[in-house]
Design a protein around this ligand. Structure first.
Ligand code: GRF
Length: 221
């Protein structure tokens, strides 16, 4: 390995920089996690998944992480006396991995104050609807039941509400005649994976600024 070059004010910036440390929160199968893992294997991706935390040991996403050699942790609510204790343990488990960005990708729990205070403004969530339409755990079912012709996915900064945080980016996805929850969700997830990988990369490369509801990704103008 080449010795590091001492930097001086006039020296060119190094061509490479450390990849942003991503900790991914999961509950389910982990197709979003898989997309991030595939991206971080590419030489140009500015982020690296350094840890995966689940709320249940049965989450299939944990197997994906292990197969990729990424360390995992399980913090299950049933192992704690109350929600606040679980939330504190979750914050600790995330902190162990020293994240630059925490990515909630199919994590089916509301994050509490211990996590949000500790990683303030550095937690994003992917949601399978165009927020503020259809928040909550049944977004795809709710869009179908409403008769929406267009739905989609949203990447947003997490705040204390249920899918209420400032929006980073969104993609629209058409509802097709004959769709059921599974077919529509699958179409949304294709768009969701691209959105997630793209914008998580932009955030770790350029930074994330939140001013009220306005989100800026990239260096301040
Ligand atoms: C995603 O659509 C996510 O937005 C929703 O649940 C799904 C998780 O999928 N909350 P996966 O576990 O990443 O495959």
């Amino acid at each position: 390995m080449a010795a590091p070059t001492p930097s001086t004010p006039d020296a060119p910036r190094p061509a490479t920089r450390a990849a942003g440390r991503l900790v991914v929160l999961v509950s389910g199968g982990g197709s979003n996690l898989a997309a991030l893992l595939a991206a971080h294997d590419g030489p140009a991706y500015p982020g690296r998944v350094v840890g995966v935390v689940a709320d249940r040991a049965s989450a299939g996403a944990l197997d994906l992480a292990r197969a990729a050699g990424v360390p995992t942790a399980v913090v299950a609510p049933g192992d704690f006396d109350d929600r606040a204790a679980w939330d504190r343990a979750l914050a600790e488990a995330i902190a162990v991995f020293r994240p630059d960005l925490v990515v909630s990708a199919g994590f089916m729990r509301i994050l509490g104050a211990a996590v949000l205070d500790r990683f303030d403004g550095r937690v994003v969530n992917t949601h399978p609807a165009l927020l503020p339409a259809f928040p909550g755990a049944h977004a795809v079912r709710d869009a179908l039941a409403f008769g929406a012709k267009v739905t989609g996915c949203t990447l947003h900064v997490v705040d204390a509400g249920v899918d209420t945080g400032p929006v980073v980016a969104q993609v629209a996805v058409p509802v097709e005649p004959g769709d059921d929850e599974a077919t529509l969700h699958e179409r949304i997830k294709v768009a969701e994976r691209r959105l997630l990988v793209d914008w998580v990369g932009r955030i770790v490369a350029g930074g994330l600024t939140v001013d009220g509801r306005a989100v800026t990704v990239g260096p301040p103008a």
